[in-house]
Design a protein around this ligand. Structure first.
Ligand SMILES: Cc1cc2nc3c(=O)[nH]c(=O)nc-3n(C[C@H](O)[C@H](O)[C@H](O)COP(=O)(O)O)c2cc1C
Length: 178
């Protein structure tokens, strides 16, 4: 059901069943006040490979949907692993489709990179978000290494410090839109 509440769109860069990044997004949902609608976008796999030739007045439906969803959002939260020292292809692909639409210009964004190491993807995503003129909120960019050792098999964050860092990161995003 559509509501008039402010929306946060949360995107996981992992398509994997049992993803730790998806579990972090679920954990953050428990921190979100009722006054805000928290929507986890899980259709990255449906977005076609970026083709500048199709990025015209009539782009693919999934791209139109993603752009609309993000345009309506008060803020965006990205939580992603690193693959092969870089950004997961499906996430980068989606961001490439946003360049021409100005969808993320000045949009408050939080970025969490939760991976084995993750620094390269984190730095690369900050560059990409800069290219999109997104407003990466101060205090809302967090890189969490060794993520698998900080969560249990049920997707709970078991490391207290990590839980605190995630909470502070999300609170910074909330403050930016309050
Ligand atoms: C093909 C592949 C490549 C990976 N490369 C990296 C890497 O370069 N750096 C890193 O920190 N982790 C790397 N990882 C580990 C994942 O980031 C890690 O397993 C993470 O927990 C996956 O996130 P998820 O649980 O949300 O799916 C790689 C994993 C796979 C499957």
């Amino acid at each position: 059901m559509a509501t008039n509440r402010l929306k946060i769109i949360a995107i996981s860069g992992s398509l994997r069943d049992g993803s730790t990044n998806h579990a972090i997004l679920n954990f953050i949902k428990t921190l979100c006040p009722d006054t805000i609608e928290y929507v986890i976008y899980n259709r990255l796999r449906n977005i076609p490979p970026f083709d500048p030739g199709l990025d015209n007045d009539n782009p693919p439906d999934e791209v139109v949907d993603l752009r609309q969803l993000l345009t309506m959002a008060g803020a965006v939260l990205i939580c992603t692993p690193e693959y092969a020292f870089g950004v997961p292809g499906s996430l980068k692909n989606a961001l490439d489709w946003l360049v021409s639409s100005s969808t993320l210009v000045d949009k408050p964004v939080a970025l969490i990179t939760a991976s084995s190491v993750g620094h390269n993807a984190h730095a690369s995503l900050l560059l990409t978000l800069g290219a999109l003129s997104a407003n990466v909120v101060e205090g809302a960019a967090l890189c969490i290494p060794y993520i698998r050792s900080k969560m249990d098999n049920d997707g709970n964050v078991t490391d207290k410090e990590t839980e605190e860092h995630i909470t502070a990161c999300f609170n910074a995003l909330l403050t930016s839109i309050s």
